[in-house]
Ligand binder design. Sequence first.
Ligand code: NAD
Length: 487
Amino acid sequence: MEHFRQYVDGAFEEGAVRFASLDPATGTPWAEMPGAAPADMDRAVRAADRAFHAPAWAGLSATARGRLLARLADLVQEAAPRLAALETRDTGKIIRETTAQIAYVAEYYRYYAGLADKIEGAHLPIDKPDMEVWLRREPVGVVAGIVPWNSQLFLSAVKLGPALAAGCTIVLKASEEGPAPLLAFAELVHEAGFPPGVVNILTGGPEAGAALVSHPLVAHVAFTGGPQTARHIVRASAENLARTSLELGGKSPFIVFEDADLDSAANAQVAGIFAATGQSCVAGSRLLVQRGIKDAFVAALTAKAEAARIGAPGDMTTEIGPLCTLRQREAIERIVAQSQQAGARLVTGGTVPAGEGFFYPPTILDCTDAPEAPCVTQEMFGPVLSVVAFDTEEDAVRLANATPYGLASGVFTQNLTRAHRMVRNIRAGIVWVNTYRAVSPIAPFGGHGLSGHGREGGLAAALDYTAVKTVWLRTSDDPIPDPFVMR
Ligand code: NAD
């Protein structure tokens, strides 16, 4: 069994309880993890608060903070193969994906390294004589970061990068499912030379998470996860009145018009729903396809789904790995069964393969006659595509927006004016046109409605971790007159 530790105030610790992590490809324990108790979270937040005020961090120039982030970026890049192997082992995400994703995670740290000394205040042309007024942008304080199991290194980079660039300190809670890569990443934070307490990384379940987000010294909660947990977090933030940024799930529409390049669209749709075995917040899980091409397009997808190599996630040739947890697979099986009862037609997949591990095959359900089936309305977080046919552009917009979520969307068409209309009319935080799943540290990422609020990535994310301080300075040497003496 491999052994992992938590990282608090610059030291590595065993944690209050130890728990076993399962290898999703076999269902057997492979590593022992440190579980944080609420008291550990309290210590970590206090350490982050001390570090926030200590000269070793608060006294650093923004440029020096940027240098630390740049060093971290280099270390992540060097360690990428090891981190990728750990993530693959602990979450079942295939090695092809973890290798590419973690190499790119280094770019997020590099982007925020460069941004640290470009977070500027402002001078105001104030409407009063003898006054100078300017704005300082100051870090908000201690950030609580909470991430789900999928892509933990990526989802924490979009919190750590901007928060540290802004000068905040952070306590990050890894998911209790698959925390290995984030706990190993703590060693790189240590090696990069961040002062003790600036970054703290622990893991644990809802109890540990609740202790973190409700802590009175937390100023901002940056959460990625499901809407139900987000509600707990918003309620908890009523105690400390912390700011929140919420990156939640989605039921993102992938819209294909008859005039689209269908080969490109099919490849993008396959990647959009089956990458990460569907455990992706931006999964294009609702295919809306124009009726005239539906059968041909679904046949093309089916052929690709059935040809996908399902297997050991650590094998470079594997295309579909297991789900992260058995619980997740059971939830998917349940929704697929309920959807079939509601009239959805199973096109391919839908049967758990024999053998060990938490595997589930790429699955397509035609829901054209059952547009209210649970697989169309509920986020499944698995490799299940629901298909609904549409006739007109208006129908496509109506179906696309018929969801309380609003994270991502994809539009495939060669018609330029239609593409622009769709961009305008779709209610989502991201619209990809003739592409899908593209991300960059330079581009904001986030959603509306049940998909949450706030944006990660880009300059705006760093500004989100700052508060504006308005400074008024009187430049006159004349004494301020006594207000109680009549003139
Ligand atoms: P989850 O909401 O169950 O758990 C997420 C995290 O919250 C975990 O670390 C968990 O321990 C913690 N947590 C649970 N209860 C808590 C509480 N009361 N207080 C504080 N923390 C608590 O989500 P999950 O099932 O692990 O992950 C899947 C969800 O994440 C999906 O809905 C998915 O769409 C979403 N997601 C969103 C994005 C995005 O960027 N929008 C990215 C990835 C995943």
